[in-house]
Design a protein around this ligand. Structure first.
Ligand SMILES: Cc1cc2nc3c(=O)[nH]c(=O)nc-3n(C[C@H](O)[C@H](O)[C@H](O)COP(=O)(O)O)c2cc1C
Ligand SMILES: [Fe+2]
Ligand SMILES: [Fe+2]
Length: 401
């Protein structure tokens, strides 16, 4: 049985959601799965834009067959060759053996690496800016290398000003019937996940996203159809996402605020971090965010670190080095190109080690990660007569912010 949505004349959503998927890319935890979006145009020529994960291909094939009926499938545009989107290409090609596969040279290189069927007779190789006509619609291809993978491209429906954006502007979470961002409370219920998706999946490639933006600024966009998450079709939603992506990809903090991230075994570092948070709050700082690296998946913490302008890390020595979970978090954070942030450090030791210089070396290896206050060193546990040290730390942090 099919489950499709008509978006406009000749344009259908034929995607599938998978609520059972526990982790995206087998690494990022999902609380309500993920959508694999796919779009089908039934102009004079028919054209499918991307496919879906092989786990949900049965539903997908039902969807396509329902919309196409007796019509052939003329084109399949491959905007992205990651298996969650290209995993049903062979199925589609079996059903529609004459389908023309539209991609760039890298698309077909990956297609041949991943799959066994020889589909080379069906290739239509496009370059940046090339167009094909479907009748009333013209599709223009905009190469978007590394807006996740090297072969990624976006497809622009010139007449209808629709951007098929591949992974860009995507999200975690299966859609609950409401296909459009304006049908849900996007800010309240979906924006945090959109950020977690972007920062962890594409965040490292900010420069490439900025390169794509140069192309997008030259066209008008009335609707964004991503491969995951909602469709953005109102001026406000398109602008919201363009603005967020501009901030995220230029590593500009979204908000002026403090996030505290710490590791702790016995709670002594945690207590100091709680004290710092209380004192910051008493001095007027609002919306403080705190995470224990052992209790929250890194993808959430990293996303929130990118959101905020200021961070305080609470670390400790563990077998003379940085506590392994903190070490792993910071490595992963730097891998997302975390930069342009102001930082304070709290370090707990009982007999010493390299945790603090290791952490400082990590920060120095990043771009524009500035320690704005002298590190606060604790020996095992804070004593009441040392509270003034915490007050001084907070005062200096705020004075230098
Ligand atoms: C397995 C283990 C290894 C440790 N290694 C070191 C070390 O090499 N150097 C040091 O100064 N403290 C070391 N410590 C002590 C901790 O840094 C110290 O207990 C600190 O107070 C822990 O903070 P917490 O109470 O927030 O967990 C170690 C503790 C544990 C449990
Ligand atoms: Fe991808
Ligand atoms: Fe994807």
């Amino acid at each position: 049985m099919h489950n499709t949505v008509k978006i406009s004349k000749d344009l259908y959503w034929v995607g599938v959601g998978d609520r059972r998927l526990p982790r995206f890319e087998n690494i990022f935890p999902l609380t309500s799965g993920v959508n694999y979006n796919s779009y089908l145009i039934t102009d004079e020529k028919t054209c499918l834009l991307d496919t879906v994960d092989p786990d949900v291909s049965e539903q997908f094939i039902d969807n396509i067959q329902h919309i196409l009926g007796d019509r052939p499938l003329d084109y399949l545009v491959i905007n992205h060759m990651e298996p969650d989107h290209c995993g049903s290409i062979e199925r589609v090609a079996q059903l529609y053996p004459d389908v023309k596969l539209v991609g760039n040279t890298k698309t077909f290189m990956f297609l041949e690496q991943f799959y066994e069927a020889d589909l080379s007779a069906n290739y239509v190789v496009v370059r940046d800016g090339d167009e094909i006509s479907l009748g009333s619609r013209t599709l223009r291809f905009l190469l978007a290398p590394l807006v996740h993978w090297p072969e990624v491209m976006n497809t622009y429906d010139v007449e209808n000003k629709i951007l098929f954006s591949a992974d860009a502007f995507g999200n975690f979470g299966v859609l609950n019937g409401n296909l459009y961002a304006d049908e849900v409370d996007f800010h309240k219920d979906w924006l945090d996940e959109a950020r977690r998706y972007y920062i962890n999946i594409v965040g490292r490639h900010g420069r490439n996203v900025q390169n794509l933006f140069k192309k997008l600024r030259a066209i008008e966009i009335d609707m964004i159809c991503s491969l995951h998450g909602h469709i953005y079709r109102t001026k406000e939603d398109v602008e919201l996402m363009m603005n967020k992506y501009d901030l995220w990809s230029s590593y500009t903090p979204e908000k002026e605020g403090v996030i505290l991230v710490y590791s702790t075994m016995y709670g002594n570092t945690e207590l100091v971090m709680n004290l710092i948070a209380s004192k910051l709050a008493q001095k007027g700082v609002r919306d403080i965010v705190m995470y224990d690296v052992s209790n929250t998946d890194f993808s959430y913490i990293i996303s929130k670190l990118h959101e905020h302008s200021h961070a305080i890390f609470g670390i400790q020595n563990y077998n003379t080095t940085l506590y392994p979970k903190m070490d792993a978090l910071v490595r992963e954070l730097l891998h997302t190109n975390y930069q342009n942030r102001k930082v304070g450090l709290v370090c707990n030791s009982s007999w010493g080690g390299k945790a603090l210089p290791e952490m400082q070396a990590y920060l120095q290896s990043g771009k524009n990660l500035v320690e704005i206050v002298e590190p606060l060193n604790i020996m095992s546990a804070l004593k009441p007569d040392q509270e003034a040290l915490v007050d001084q730390f907070v005062e200096d942090f705020l004075a230098n912010k």
